[in-house]
Ligand binder design. Structure first.
Ligand code: ARG
Length: 463
């Protein structure tokens, strides 16, 4: 033990008193930011190269330093890294270990650098890697939906508004509607990347780098698209994290809405789909139960993700410029969201891939009243204004309701009593397949338009 109580800490020089042990625990971030060990080492290796280029390190020192950093990285990878009580975060832990391995030379690595530009760089670098993983799992989900939709085009079902039967559609059309939400998410995710890929390294603590480090070189080394043009902004900006949290809030909202459809459709009352056992669980009390827990969790996770976003935005609101320790709160929010969304896409993919669809049940749910719009359209084709035909079709529905029959069971006489424009061919209206096939405009549920949607999504996935 030394009589300098905070000697062990990298910043201990100006301190005379000890840190409260509770404060130590409160302050540390290593327990969670250790997952960025790879980004931290990568960033430091690039920085060591940068230091050599401006003469702070000799080529020999540069080599020793890179070897040392590589060694530290290996220790993390192989689970051999020994954390010390005074390791505050991944940055101090790695630097401490580096100096143990290569001696006082290790102390040169932080020349002109601060944990402020270091942590912002690590976060961006780490996130760029994770975004790739998220993108792939999102694409896999879209692909599964599209392939399923392509195979199950023959299945007709009622389309709903207000959860009331509206008009006949293809099951594929419904599936694809969710795929289009996810496809927009894919678009938006790609648009975030250039704003994540901005290099803060070389911003120093706040006022830039006094040794004229070549930041374009650092950006190239680390694969960043651009360099943070303002050092205060470089260390203080966390918008790239907020954007990912917002993006995730919307993407999980889409997962939640698709889940809700499938939860409803999997009830005995609907019976349209059966969830695979692999994604369901039972009840501890009611032996007959098979619950759609996977879908409920997907629905629930969206609240958790949104909560992380709202929480971190509250942390940012009102912060003074540049780095403040509040910013350390970015990590648990982001890590949790990244883990949650990666798992969610995988689960959703599995659920959709293994879902059993009951075409007969969907068909049974198609009652003739969902053709009431088509009945009105029939009269439109005979020259009447839609407002009138809407009214006449409504009266047909009311008449059928009074007779406790379906609209196709009314006689031609009945129809003629509603409008003299009705002729024998009115029976052609009462055909679900024909109704769906009439919807040939772009975006409709006809076969050719469903094929078009499949093609559009396939080409988006191929990009
Ligand atoms: N662990 C800190 C974080 O996550 C690193 C930056 C510390 N900087 C400082 N000036 N204390 O934000």
């Amino acid at each position: 033990m030394t009589d300098e109580p905070t000697k062990q800490k990298l910043w201990g020089g100006r301190f005379t008193g000890k840190t409260d042990p509770l404060m130590n625990d409160f302050n540390e971030s290593l327990s969670y930011d250790r997952r960025m060990h790879n980004a931290d080492i990568t960033g430091s290796i690039a920085y060591a190269k940068g230091l050599q280029r401006i003469g702070i390190l000799t080529p020999d020192e540069e080599t020793k330093m890179i070897d040392g950093l590589t060694q530290v990285g290996k220790e993390w990878q192989e689970g051999r890294f020994l954390v010390q009580p005074d390791d505050e975060d991944i940055h101090t832990a790695n630097e401490r270990r580096l100096s143990e391995l290569i001696g006082p030379l290790g102390g040169k690595l932080h020349t002109g650098r601060s944990r402020n530009d270091q942590v912002a760089t690590d976060m961006r670098l780490w996130l760029l890697g994770e975004v790739k993983v998220i993108e792939e799992s999102l694409k896999a989900l879209i692909r599964v939906i599209v392939e399923r939709a392509d195979k199950e085009k023959d299945i007709l079902m009622p389309g709903y508004t207000h959860l009331q039967r509206g008009q006949p559609i293809r099951w594929s059309h419904l599936l694809l509607s969710h795929a289009f939400s996810f496809n927009s998410d894919l678009d938006r995710l790609k648009q975030l990347i250039p704003r994540i890929s901005v290099l803060p390294l070389g911003s120093g603590a706040l006022a830039g780098n006094p040794f004229c480090i070549d930041r374009d070189f650092l950006a190239k080394e680390l694969g960043f698209d651009s360099v943070a043009e303002n050092s205060l902004w470089g260390v203080g900006d966390r918008d790239f994290i907020v954007e990912v949290l917002m993006w995730s809030s919307l993407a999980t909202t889409h997962l939640s809405r698709m889940s809700e459809d499938l939860i409803i459709y999997s009830t005995a009352e609907f019976g349209f789909v059966t969830l695979s056992d692999a994604y369901s669980t039972g009840s501890s009390m009611m032996p007959q139960k098979k619950n759609p827990d996977s879908l409920e969790l997907l629905r629930g996770k969206s609240g958790r993700v949104f909560g992380n976003m709202a929480g971190f935005l509250m942390t940012l609101k009102g912060l003074p410029s540049t780095y403040n320790k509040d910013l350390q709160e970015d990590k648990e929010a982001l890590f949790d969201v990244v883990d949650t969304i990666q798992a969610s896409f995988k689960i959703a993919e599995g659920v959709v891939a293994t879902l059993e669809v009951h075409a007969d049940k969907m068909r049974q749910a198609l009652t003739m009243d969902v053709l009431a719009t088509d009945l009105a359209d029939y009269l439109v084709r005979k020259g009447m204004p839609f407002r009138e035909t809407h009214h006449i079709s409504g009266r047909a529905v009311a008449l059928a309701e009074a007779r406790q029959c379906q609209i196709n069971e009314l006689s031609l006489q009945d129809y003629k009593s509603l409008s003299d424009k009705f002729t024998e061919d009115v029976v052609d209206v009462f055909n679900f397949e024909a109704s769906v096939e009439r919807r040939q405009a772009i975006g409709g549920p006809s076969r050719v338009m469903v094929d078009r949607q499949v093609a559009v999504l396939r080409s988006a996935l191929a990009q």
